[in-house]
Design a protein around this ligand. Structure first.
Ligand code: NAP
Length: 475
C-alpha cells in the first residue's frame, strides 16, 4: 500500500493473491488492508492537505504533466500488466493507458483555469468576490474493468484542484493501481497527497471512508447497488458525492440507416473489454425493415472473433473477470433462450483447450429479444449482443428510455432531424450519433438516474473537487 509517501504492509501483515483471469496463474500478492490502514491513509491525506492546497496551480500542473510524461513513457509496460491482470486484449490495454494519460494532461491544463469572479453589490460601498477552493480530503473507490483510467479520471482533477486523496482500488486489479501510484510518486507528488489502501474485503475500508469526518468527498465508480449504499452513508456525514454507476445502453438503428455499417459498429463496440464496460450497448433496437441485414452482418463479425489470452496475436475478446461473471451471463442467456430468443452465434461458456484455465464466454448474438427476458432489463457485463426488432419509429425512444439507468445511448441514422430528435429525447448522459466512441478526457462523462451523480472529465470534471467561497468587502 502507499501511505504518506511510503510503500507499506498492512497493519495485520497479511496479503491476498492476484490472479490472471485468462490463465488462473497467481501473478502477485498485495497487502490485505483493514480499517486501521484506511485511517492511517486518511491521517496522511489530512496532514498533507494544507500544504498541497497552498501550492500554486502552476506547480500542481507541472507535476501532472510529469506524471503524464512518465505514464506515456511506461505505456507498453502498463498495457502488458493490464492485460495480464485484467484480461483485455493488448491493443485495448494500450488504448486504455493512452486514455488514462489523457486525464493527466487534460487536468494539468485545467488546474490553471480555476478562477473566481468579482460580483456586483446593490450597496455602493461593497464589493463581492467569489472563488473556488478545493473540497479537502477525497476518498476514491474504483472498479476492475478499467483499472488505470478509472484512477486517473479521479486523481487528475482532484490533484489539479488542490485536494489530497485516499484510494481503494478493486481487489481484482491492485497491481495496475500500484503502477499508477509509482508514476505519481516518481513524478514527485509530495508525501501524503495520494494514498492507496488495498484490501480483499472492501467493506471496512468503505465504512471508514464514509464515516471519517475528515473526508469531505466520496468519489466512487462501480455497481449501482454498492454506489447507492455508499452514497447513503456518505450523506449521513454530509460528504459530497460523485458516483459513476452501471448502465443498460440502448443502440437504436433507424430505418434510414445503413444496417451493415450499424452492425459493424455494434460488433466493434459490444465486444470491447468482453462487454465489461458501463457504456456497452445492452439493447440493440433494429427497425424490422433492416433487422435481416443487420443480423447477417453482426453474426458474421461476431462469429470471427477470437477469444483467448489477450497477449496472443489475433485475440479480440479476453476472459471475464471471474467465474461468477460467467455464471451470471450463462443464466441470462439461458433465460432468453427458454423464453424464445434465437442464438445464432455463441451462447455458452468456453472450456476447451487454453480456455479451460480462464473465465471465458463465447461471443454471442441473441435475436428476437422481448421485454419479459432478464437480459432486456439487467446490465449484462459480458460478450452478448441482444437484438430487438421494432416496428414503430415514434415509440423507439420511449422503449430506449424505459430503464432505470441513464448512462450511454447510441443512434444510427442518416437524417439530421432524426439524429437531433433522438439526441434531445434520450434520457442518457452520453449519446453517440453514428459514433461508437463518444468519450474523451475533454468531454463530460457520467449518467442520469441509476447511472449516477456527477461528471468526470471535460471542464466539469474539476468542479466535482471544488467548492465556492464568497467574500463581501465593505470599502
Ligand atoms: P462493485 O462491486 O460495485 O465494485 C466497485 C468497487 O467498489 C471495487 O473497488 C469494490 O471492491 C468496491 N466495493 C464493493 N463493495 C463494497 C462495499 N460494501 N464497500 C466499499 N467498497 C465496495 O462493481 P464492479 O462489479 O467491480 O464493477 C462493475 C460495475 O461498475 C458495473 O456496474 C459497471 O457498469 C460499473 N462501472 C461504471 C462506470 C462509470 O463510469 N459509470 C465505469 C466503469 C464501471 P472489491 O473489488 O474488493 O469488491
Amino acid at each position: 500500500m502507499f501511505i504518506d509517501g511510503e510503500w507499506v504492509e498492512a497493519h495485520r501483515g497479511t496479503h491476498f493473491e492476484v490472479t490472471n483471469p485468462a490463465t488462473g496463474d497467481v501473478i502477485g500478492h498485495m497487502p490485505d488492508g483493514a480499517a486501521s490502514d484506511a485511517i492511517a491513509a486518511i491521517d496522511a491525506a489530512d496532514a498533507a492537505f494544507t500544504d498541497w492546497s497552498n501550492t500554486t496551480a502552476y506547480e500542481r500542473s507541472r507535476l501532472l504533466y510529469r506524471a503524464w510524461e512518465l505514464m506515456t513513457e511506461r505505456s507498453e509496460q502498463l498495457a502488458e500488466l493490464m492485460t495480464i491482470e485484467q484480461g483485455k486484449p493488448i491493443k485495448a490495454s494500450r488504448a486504455e493507458v493512452k486514455y488514462a494519460a489523457d486525464f493527466l494532461i487534460w487536468f494539468a491544463e485545467e488546474a490553471k483555469r480555476v478562477h473566481g469572479e468579482w460580483l456586483p453589490s446593490q450597496r455602493p460601498n461593497q464589493r463581492f468576490l467569489s472563488v473556488k477552493v478545493p473540497v479537502g480530503v477525497v476518498a476514491a473507490i474504483t472498479p476492475w474493468n478499467y483499472p488505470i483510467s478509472m484512477l486517473t479520471r479521479k486523481m487528475g482533477p482532484a490533484l489539479a484542484a488542490g485536494c489530497t486523496m485516499v484510494l481503494k482500488p478493486a481487489e481484482a486489479t491492485p497491481l495496475c493501481a500500484r503502477a499508477v501510484f509509482e508514476v505519481l510518486a516518481d513524478a514527485g507528488v509530495p508525501a501524503g497527497v495520494v494514498n492507496m489502501v488495498t484490501a480483499s474485503d472492501p467493506r471496512p475500508i468503505g465504512e471508514v471512508f464514509t464515516s471519517d469526518a475528515r473526508v469531505k468527498k466520496l468519489t466512487f465508480t462501480g455497481s449501482t447497488a454498492v454506489g447507492k449504499m455508499l452514497a447513503a452513508r456518505a450523506a449521513g456525514n454530509l460528504q459530497r458525492v460523485s458516483v459513476e454507476l452501471g448502465g443498460h445502453a440502448p443502440f437504436i438503428v433507424f430505418p434510414d440507416a445503413d444496417p451493415v455499417h450499424a452492425a459493424k459498429g455494434a460488433a466493434a463496440l459490444k465486444f470491447l473489454n468482453a462487454g465489461q464496460a458501463c457504456i456497452s450497448p445492452n439493447r440493440l433496437y433494429v427497425h424490422e425493415s433492416k433487422v435481416g441485414a443487420f443480423n447477417e452482418t453482426i453474426c458474421q463479425r461476431v462469429g470471427r472473433l477470437q477469444t483467448g489470452n489477450g497477449l496472443d496475436d489475433g485475440v479480440g475478446v479476453g476472459p471475464l473477470v471471474n467465474d461468477a461473471a460467467v455464471t451470471k451471463i450463462e443464466a441470462q442467456v439461458e433465460d432468453a433462450r427458454e423464453r424464445g430468443a434465437g442464438v445464432p452465434v455463441g451462447g455458452g461458456r468456453l472450456t476447451d483447450g487454453a480456455h479451460a484455465a480462464g473465465h471465458f464466454f463465447a461471443p454471442t448474438v441473441l435475436t428476437d429479444i422481448t421485454p419479459d427476458m432478464r437480459i432486456y432489463r439487467e446490465e449484462t457485463f459480458g460478450p452478448v449482443a441482444p437484438v430487438i426488432s421494432y416496428d414503430d419509429v415514434d415509440q423507439v425512444i420511449d422503449l430506449a428510455n424505459d430503464t432505470d439507468y441513464g448512462l450511454a445511448a447510441y443512434v444510427y441514422t442518416n437524417q439530421m432531424s432524426t439524429a437531433l430528435r433522438a439526441f434531445e429525447g434520450l434520457r442518457f448522459g452520453i449519446i453517440g450519433i453514428n459514433d461508437v466512441n463518444p468519450t474523451s478526457a475533454s468531454v463530460p462523462f457520467g449518467g442520469m438516474g441509476d447511472s449516477g451523480i456527477g461528471r468526470e472529465g471535460g471542464h466539469e470534471g474539476i468542479n466535482e473537487y471544488l467548492e465556492t467561497k464568497t467574500g463581501g468587502f465593505a470599502i
